[in-house]
Design a protein around this ligand. Sequence first.
Ligand SMILES: C[S@@+](CC[C@H](N)C(=O)[O-])C[C@H]1O[C@@H](n2cnc3c(N)ncnc32)[C@H](O)[C@@H]1O
Length: 298
Amino acid sequence: MSHRHSDAENPDGLTIGAALAALAGRLATAGIDSARLDARLLLAHAVGRDPLWIVAHPELALDAAARERLAALAERRERRQPIAQIIGEREFWSLPFRVTADTLCPRPETETLVEAVLASVSDRSAPLRLLDLGTGTGCLLLSLLSELPNARGVGVDCSAAALAVARGNADILNLAPRAEFVSGDWGRGLDGLFDVIVSNPPYIAENDIAELEPEVAAHEPRGALAGGIDGLDCYRRMAADVVRLLAPRGIAAVEVGVGQAEAVCAIFTRAGANGTAVRRDLSGVDRCVIFGDWEKTS
Ligand SMILES: C[S@@+](CC[C@H](N)C(=O)[O-])C[C@H]1O[C@@H](n2cnc3c(N)ncnc32)[C@H](O)[C@@H]1O
């Protein structure tokens, strides 16, 4: 298919380069720090191409249909809808995850949990049992399954819409035969023992939500953010079940917000967890509380 279009389709000769510059300016005016990058992603989405292709072809004309699609995408971004929700995808652990308004957009710092778990597994081919509480897009469970070829896992969420997204992601990543997604309230009612338990629960203190950037406060699901008055409610509610469901020599890894690591260690220790430790993310923030008697799970 040719991407050069007639003057009739493109009366004022708007090129990709000019559209990119105009959109970046418009998004910057809307207060978006990543305006240029976002403009490139939106333009790529509007023309059904890779962002690198956009950069390589500034001289090509943008046809009327693409301009219309771009205008609609730009308007959503101006209203501060997250870019991942607009283009419907976010990369996590180098895998593509479908994202909707019903799921948290996977964050790079959450990869700290995947790293912490993999560092504790001595034999990646072992038939490990994994549990992900509050699975959202399924990013934690599915990333771990992609690295542990004989593991099987259960992802739990209280949101039926999020579970549907997670199941779709398991299909896209060819991991569905080893992943089960169930509706539930943290670990309540679950039986059996799991070698690996991961969770990234909502942990924003109620009064802090309005202070977050509009992409998060106005567009991400409140049920994925709100952690009660002090942000720690979900840890308190899940702690006893996580300790009960963790296999001997298993490892649990839970994400925490800035400044919460010590309090979360105390909550799990009170519930009977052994050997809590903290792992930092790439920004140096204490991000992940781990515990268990794993000494290399296999
Ligand atoms: C912060 S998001 C994390 C999503 C995903 N694991 C990630 O890391 O991107 C928290 C998730 O917990 C789910 N959740 C909230 N309360 C829950 C509950 N009581 N039981 C199970 N899941 C819950 C939310 O629906 C949301 O999908």
